[in-house]
Write a protein that binds this ligand. Structure first.
Ligand code: ARG
Length: 603
């Protein structure tokens, strides 16, 4: 009902302007507008929208609020366009005005969505002075080479993908960047260690897998912490790599390829598209960061390191936080790379990506890092005022005991194993259900359905939580057919698709819908919320709002389905109800698609 809301907002503002011209012009002189405060109704009993502003206006105009409300209504009703949308408004309580949208208007909205792929969602408009839409970068997933991708990366991958999908749906051009940790001192350590224990891994492809690499990395780190000579060799290796030594580069490339292969496997299973642009990409631009900051006088030498001191962010000792941009040995930090990345990403093409917004999806532990990096970028004037930088933080993934998610023997869970287990468990559930229902299905069918349910369950469990809070990972809960879960929604969709299949054609409705039951109106109103929900999710970057909506929609649908006949109804009710089924099906499908969840025809 976003469009209706926008129309009403304007009409209500006009009515206030006409009703209280004096107060409006005084407010205007003070640079204010008398806001009538049109909002969604706080309860369905109050209609669709309510105007709350009469109370505040009463204080300014010094008249009783109900009198103000009456005046607003009088002016609203002089506007024929308003009368076409709403029933006569009602005053409630001390002076709230309740608005109810007319049935005809709701029916037209529903009909217009039948042929609208956007389901009423408006396309985005640009924020630049030329109103041009600039690309949005979503920086997500971003695991590190030679380290296992962990559940934190899984969260980032799932949430980032959904955010990217929603922005794309709104008409944005989205660049999905995988900021892989593919550079830094770890390579010096790793290469030095491999020279001793597995030199062939540095010259030939496919001799070690990621599991081996992770072990080698652990051993190398231990060695590094204990052995001075090893440290010296590792540092020399880093320098060789940075200077572009051929052998070192080849070894580095091999190590990266090895990790990449196993990251790809995960992305393929999750059906996630990412464009890899690792930290190493920004190496040539690190020097510009130093130059820019030093020209602006922002760099301060502290103990040999070049730092920026941030007044607005305090360190542990209460003093301005020092961010090291270049270490005393000349090396650069994670933050330096992120600064170079911002500079590059916001720079106009072809020197950069020309982005208008960058969204970073990482765990909340990196909040300070991003707050500092954003601040430095702004101080350095790299962020035009129409560009936006957002960190989208999320909480930890915990086991059912509330502690860090681990295997029974206490090791970190590998993502591949986690996805396998979800699929295996989904398969057991399906086989049991088929047996109970006396159904005989092919192995291909069972495999396809268990894969889809297993993966969807993992994704949905993650997305349906408010991302800021920690979330407890539970296979039992996420695979349940009851409650706010992927299997529940997929099942609801299968049921609706079944009705459409059996119901044959929707008869010509002559552009009219015929409703005479409360359940029909409830479902209609729920369907018409889709556009607002998408706008809200985009604004707050909270996919759980979309999950809640889809869950609510399927519940409202089930009440409709359980209480009134559909296929057995007489025309024109039958076709009108089939229209609601079709719209519910499309809305659920689209919603799940925006969460990155594939749907099924049968299950
Ligand atoms: N590689 C980092 C990690 O594993 C995440 C990178 C996030 N993106 C960024 N531009 N810093 O924690």
């Amino acid at each position: 009902m976003h469009i209706i809301f926008q129309l009403l907002t304007k009409q209500v503002q006009d009515a206030v302007n006409c009703a209280f011209p004096k107060a409006v012009s005084i407010a205007k002189k003070e640079g204010k507008i008398l806001n009538p405060q049109l909002v969604k109704a706080s309860k369905p009993d109050f209609g669709d929208f309510q105007i709350n502003g009469a109370l505040a206006l009463a204080k300014i105009i010094k008249k009783p609020p109900r009198e103000i409300a009456e005046k607003i209504i009088e002016h609203l009703q002089k506007n024929q366009k308003f009368n076409n949308i709403c029933l006569p408004p009602e005053i409630a309580g001390p002076g709230f005005i309740n608005l109810t949208v007319k049935n005809n208007c709701l029916k037209n909205e529903l009909l217009s969505r039948l042929n609208d792929d956007l389901l009423g969602v408006p396309l985005a408009q640009g924020k630049t002075p030329e109103k041009q839409l600039k690309p949005i970068i979503v920086d997500f997933s971003s695991p590190n080479i030679a380290k296992e991708m962990h559940v934190g990366h899984l969260r980032s991958t799932i949430i980032g993908d959904s955010i990217a999908r929603i922005l794309q749906f709104r008409g944005h051009q989205v660049l999905r960047l995988n900021h892989i940790g593919d550079w830094g001192t770890q390579f010096g350590m790793l290469i030095t260690h491999l020279k001793n224990v597995a030199p062939e891994a540095l010259t030939k492809a496919n001799v070690v897998n990621l599991g081996d690499l992770v072990d080698f990395y652990r051993q190398a780190k231990k060695h590094f912490d204990e052995d001075k000579y090893f440290q010296k060799c590792s540092r020399e290796e880093v320098v060789k790599l940075q200077q572009g030594n051929k052998e070192s580069l080849k070894a580095w490339q091999l190590l990266c390829d090895q990790s990449r292969t196993s990251f790809k496997e995960i992305y393929n299973r999750l059906n996630i598209q990412l464009y890899e642009r690792g930290e190493s990409f920004y190496n040539p631009f690190l020097k510009d960061v130093i130059d820019d900051l030093s020209k602006l006088g922002l760099l301060v030498k502290d103990d040999g390191a070049k730092c920026v001191f941030l007044d607005a962010i305090k360190g542990k000792d209460g003093n301005p936080l020092a961010i090291i941009i270049q270490k005393s040995d000349g090396g650069f930090n994670y933050a330096t790379t992120d600064l170079a990345a911002i500079r590059y990403r916001l720079n106009a093409r072809p020197q950069g990506d020309g982005a208008g917004r960058i969204i970073y999806v990482t765990d909340a532990g990196q909040s300070n890092h991003f707050a500092s990096v954003f601040q430095i970028a702004k101080l350095a004037n790299w962020v035009p005022n129409y560009c936006q930088l957002d960190h989208v933080p999320f909480g930890l993934v915990q086991g059912e005991d509330g502690k860090k998610l681990k295997t029974r023997s206490g090791e970190t869970i590998r993502l591949k194993d986690l996805l396998d287990e979800a699929i295996d468990r989904a398969k057991i559930d399906i086989e049991r259900r088929l047996k109970e229902e006396g159904r005989n299905e092919s192995n291909d069918f069972i495999d396809k359905v268990s894969e889809t349910i297993g993966i969807s369950a993992v994704k949905y469990a993650d997305l349906s939580q408010n991302r800021i809070t920690n979330y407890q990972f539970s296979f039992d809960r996420m695979l349940s057919l009851q409650g706010n879960t992927a299997p529940y929604l997929l099942y609801a969709l299968v049921r609706i698709a079944g009705i459409s299949r059996k119901g044959g054609k929707i008869k010509s409705l002559h552009n009219e819908l015929f409703f005479n039951k409360e359940e029909e109106w409830n479902l209609s109103r729920e369907l018409l919320k889709f556009d607002e929900i998408i706008l809200e999710v985009e604004e707050q970057l909270l996919p759980n709002r979309l999950c809640n909506y889809l869950f609510e929609l399927s519940q409202v649908f089930n009440r409709f389905y359980d209480h009134i006949p559909i296929l057995k109804a007489e025309e024109p009710s039958r076709s009108s109800r089939l229209v609601l089924c079709r719209l519910t099906e499309r809305t659920l499908k689209k919603g799940l698609n925006l969460l990155g969840i594939s749907t099924l025809e049968r299950m």
